[in-house]
Design a binder for this molecule. Structure first.
Ligand SMILES: C[S@@+](CC[C@H](N)C(=O)[O-])C[C@H]1O[C@@H](n2cnc3c(N)ncnc32)[C@H](O)[C@@H]1O
Length: 243
């Protein structure tokens, strides 16, 4: 969710709309029953996360969330993934250090600092899931993906929350199709994913990123990217042709 203090008319309107959130998945049920530390996420994220994260439950996985704030989302990941998951929160606010507990770690530093993100990858990687819910500044959304996606294990997931910042003009300098925004960057990954088919690369090897993108899912304000080792797609003609 967005920074405290960012309270434009648009955001208030959106909050009213999401008040109609209906619990639909197991993660929704956990959230609906959550009574502890505050968590701030758009209500529709939980069903989407449940769809992508369910196979990771009760496994020895590493989950990194950028943006800890009040610690409630760390609690959600613990409840959802179970005790075997290593949960790593990243924030610039030293208060977040208080939210460390068994198998839950908090590291203080800026997502804008590539060396810091590398140190996270060295300490905890390879990573299974990265959830980016930090500053929502475009350069951070883009830079954090570039820094951490290479450290995700094949089969893992990268999620970037609150891409709505790309559309918010006064708060973030966004705008529809405005160059340089987070959403415009994530849209470019669609071409990477399809590099196998483009005339530039059809006879050549696509770059490393294209070979790691299995799926990109766009939802309101959220992009979920599935990483997998990809080979050149092959056509599989089976069955008889009509003569
Ligand atoms: C939207 S809140 C996180 C909310 C939390 N994930 C949740 O779901 O309840 C954003 C957090 O990102 C942190 N933050 C802001 N700029 C940051 C940066 N450059 N690097 C890391 N964290 C940052 C803020 O201190 C704040 O705690």
């Amino acid at each position: 969710m967005l920074h405290k203090g960012v309270q434009s008319k648009t955001i208030k309107g959106l909050r009213r709309l999401t008040a109609r959130w209906n619990a639909a998945s197991e993660m929704d049920s956990i959230v609906a029953g959550h009574r502890g530390r505050r968590m701030n996420k758009w209500g529709h994220y939980f069903e989407i996360y449940d769809r992508h994260f369910a196979p990771f439950r009760d496994q020895n996985i590493v989950v990194v969330e950028i943006g800890v704030q009040a610690g409630g989302s760390l609690d959600l990941w613990r409840s959802y993934f179970g005790p075997k998951a290593k949960i790593v929160g990243i924030d610039i606010d030293p208060k977040c250090k208080d939210f460390e507990s068994s198998n839950t770690f908090v590291r203080l530093g800026s997502q804008g600092d590539d060396a810091f993100l590398e140190s996270i990858a060295r300490e905890f990687g390879p990573l299974d899931i990265v959830i980016e819910d930090g500053s929502h500044a475009f350069e951070h959304q883009i830079g954090t993906f570039r820094a951490l996606f290479p450290h995700i294990r094949p089969g893992g997931i990268y999620a970037c929350e609150d891409l709505c910042s790309s559309y918010w003009v006064p708060e973030f300098g966004g705008g529809v199709r405005k160059p340089g925004t987070g959403i415009e960057f994530f849209k470019t990954l669609i071409d990477e994913l399809n590099a196998w088919y483009s005339s530039d690369t059809v006879d050549a090897e696509p770059d490393a990123l294209a070979k790691q993108l299995f799926g990109i899912h766009f939802h309101p304000a959220l992009a979920v990217i599935e990483k997998r080792a990809m080979n050149r797609p092959v056509l599989v003609p089976v069955g008889k042709t009509e003569s």
